[in-house]
Design a protein around this ligand. Structure first.
Ligand code: SF4
Length: 162
């Protein structure tokens, strides 16, 4: 089977890009999808210039207009993130991505779960609205066999039709 190119929050690949210098390597995800996938790892917080380590952030404000703000010093990094994201989305278009796997519970990458009350992560939200038809999932949901099978089917359909 041909491999498909998938974007992924790079901490899930084991890159030490988290605010505390750690990673969130997802063995399960790697073991189950590696045979189908060529990964394109992205850490929006590092790539937009926030560095490692950095102060932890959270989302502030209403879900439809939430802001990315540092937890203690209250610095708003929303514009920095949006400005980087705009350029990176255009690059993704040229790279031929067929889907994206996001890290859950992140103010930048979170698609669902607890952050749904405060809105999606800033990068995940921009990505999903730019690539409206591209299959996206979060790491947690992909542990469900049915969801994972459907995601794999959808990324191959996307590959064939784009
Ligand atoms: S969740 Fe996203 S922003 Fe946070 S460390 Fe992982 S890749 Fe970087």
């Amino acid at each position: 089977m041909d491999k498909v190119k998938l974007g992924i929050s790079s901490c899930l690949l084991g890159d030490n890009v988290r605010y505390d210098g750690g990673h969130k390597l997802d063995h399960y995800l790697k073991d189950t999808l590696d045979k189908f996938v060529e990964w394109v790892g992205v850490c929006p917080e590092v790539e937009c210039g926030l560095g490692v380590p950095r102060e932890a952030m959270h989302l502030v404000g209403a879900p439809e207009s939430s802001r990315l703000v540092t937890r203690n010093s209250n610095i708003d990094h929303t514009e920095k993130m949006l400005s980087w994201t705009e350029g990176r989305l255009k690059q993704f278009e040229k790279e031929g991505l067929c889907g994206f796997v996001f890290k859950n519970n992140s103010p930048s990458c979170g698609l669902n779960s607890v952050f749904s009350k405060k809105g999606m992560g800033i990068f995940a939200k921009e990505f999903s609205s730019y690539f409206k038809l591209m299959p996206v999932e979060d790491e947690d949901r992909l542990r469900d066999d049915r969801i994972r099978e459907s995601f794999i089917k959808n990324i191959y359909i996307f590959k064939k039709t784009h």
